[in-house]
Every structure is written in C-alpha cells, then in structure tokens.
Design a binder for this molecule. Structure first.
Ligand SMILES: *Cc1c(COP(=O)(O)O)cnc(C)c1O
Length: 258
C-alpha cells in the first residue's frame, strides 16, 4: 500500500476516534514516526501534507533531516514528479514548508547538544540533567525547544520514564529553564491487545496531567498512542499520537544504533 493511502487511513482512524468521544479531530495531531525509514519516505509523506516526523536516534534523525532538505531542493525527486505529474514552483513551495522534527527516543547525555541544535520537539525528557543540558545547548537563534516529560506509567523497571510521583517536581524545575518550553507528558505503556487495559494506562497519564493542572502546572500536550492503540489514546485525551508502522509499513527487525 502507498504511504498516501496509509496516511489517509490513519487520519480517518483519528477522526473516527475523536468523533466517538465528542472531541474535535483538530485537537489531535499525528506525528509520523519515520525511524528506520529512508528520507524518501519522509518526502513522500510530506507530499501528502504530513509535516511532523518522529525519530528515535539522534544520528539517524539528523542525517535524515539533511537528506530530506537535499531532496526538497530538487523538485524532480518528489513522489508527484516521479509519477510524471509536474509540480509548479508555487505548489512545490506550498507542499514543502519545512518539516517539523520530534525526538522521541531515549536520550544519552552526550547526545543532548545534537538534539538541541536540530530538533523542534523532544518528547522523552526523563531527568533533570537532560532538561538542563537541552536548555543550555539550545542555540539562541532558534525558538525554545518544545519538550514533554516521559512518564513511566506502567511501573516497569525496564521502561524509561519518570515515576509519576516525581513528575510534579521535575515539571516545576523545567518551567524555570529559559531555552526549553514544557508542553506536556508522554508515555509508552506496555503493549496490550485489550482496549480496556490500553485505556487504563492512557487514563493514568491524563489524570496526572489534570492533577498537575490542579497544582498550578498547566500543560497542553499528551503524547500517547501508537499504531495499535491510537483509538484508546484519543479516547483518553491524546493530543499527539505517534504513528510509525501504520504509515510507513513494518520496520526491519533490527534497528540501527544512534
Ligand atoms: C517506534 C515508536 C513509535 C511508533 O510505533 P508504531 O507501533 O510503529 O506506531 C511511537 N513512539 C515511540 C517512542 C517509538 O519508539
């Protein structure tokens, strides 16, 4: 199936899920998770209007950004033009506003500078030291880095993320940082095929956001839901769903390292 058809299907799933719980689909944005996929997959998705892309590894993400910028500079590389449809310079410009890049993977402290210099968003801030470095290393000519705190919602030892009781303190400290803007919370719950179970985990993240709001920390973003559970996430208040396989297809089993 073409990326175009898959994307349309994902947006349709979001629309139906929003409708089912009386939310406006406009409140929910789709982050296309392009990790492991080539730059051409990104420009093909951009051709269909997709703007926001998620990457898990700093090196892979930055290499891809540069390759995408290169492809966008040559109109004949676009999917439409490869298919024989000539795109006018005006359409080209409209179709190819700059993409927005979100870092969603585990963050090692020696990667914070590269991340702060190249990405627009970071969803996976899980400790004070990382937040502090991202703020210090964010170049002054760029807008503040938009960040979410990753929360360990299922209480697993192996998953990264902040334990829920510690989120409030970390959030207050991050709000003091000058070069990052705290937007919300992110979670990657343990996979479950049971929709009720999926919803319980997402609900816990929403309730944590509501509790923070009650304590004076108002956030606007809940980054939760992936290809297999986006409906449950939307039902529990997701504002960004992070979708990989449902847009780009299955990933190769082994993933490249950063
Ligand atoms: C890979 C990944 C996704 C996308 O997962 P799919 O199941 O392919 O939709 C979302 N979020 C994070 C943090 C990921 O690493």
């Amino acid at each position: 199936m073409l990326i175009q058809e898959r994307l349309r299907e994902v947006y349709e799933r979001v629309r139906r899920a929003a409708q089912a719980c009386d939310r406006s689909p406009a409140e929910i944005s789709v982050l296309a998770v392009s990790k492991t996929f080539p730059p051409q997959a990104v420009t093909d998705a951009m051709q269909c209007g997709q703007r926001a892309f998620g990457e898990n590894y700093a090196r892979e993400g930055i290499d891809k950004m540069q390759a995408v910028a290169g492809l966008l500079a040559i109109p004949h590389a676009s999917a439409a033009n490869r298919g024989g449809v000539a795109v006018s310079p005006e359409d080209w410009k409209r179709l190819h506003g700059p993409p927005e890049w979100h870092f969603i993977g585990p963050i090692q402290s020696n990667k914070t500078r590269a991340i702060a210099e190249h990405f627009d968003w970071v969803h996976s801030v899980d400790r004070w030291q990382i937040a502090q470095r991202l703020s210090e290393q964010r170049p002054p000519d760029l807008v503040a880095l938009q960040v979410c705190i990753q929360v360990n919602i299922s209480g697993e030892q192996t998953k990264s993320g902040v334990d829920p009781p510690a989120v409030g303190d970390l959030a207050r400290r991050i709000l003091e940082l000058p070069r990052v803007q705290l937007r919300g919370l992110m979670a990657i719950p343990e996979p479950s095929s049971d929709p009720q179970q999926q919803r319980l985990r997402f609900r816990a993240l929403r309730e944590l956001k509501d509790a923070l709001a009650g304590a004076g920390v108002a956030l606007d973003t809940l980054s939760m839901g992936m290809s297999d559970d986006l409906e449950a996430a939307v039902a529990e208040g997701a504002t960004i769903v992070r979708i990989g396989r449902a847009i780009f297809g299955e990933r190769p089993a082994k993933q490249p390292r950063s």
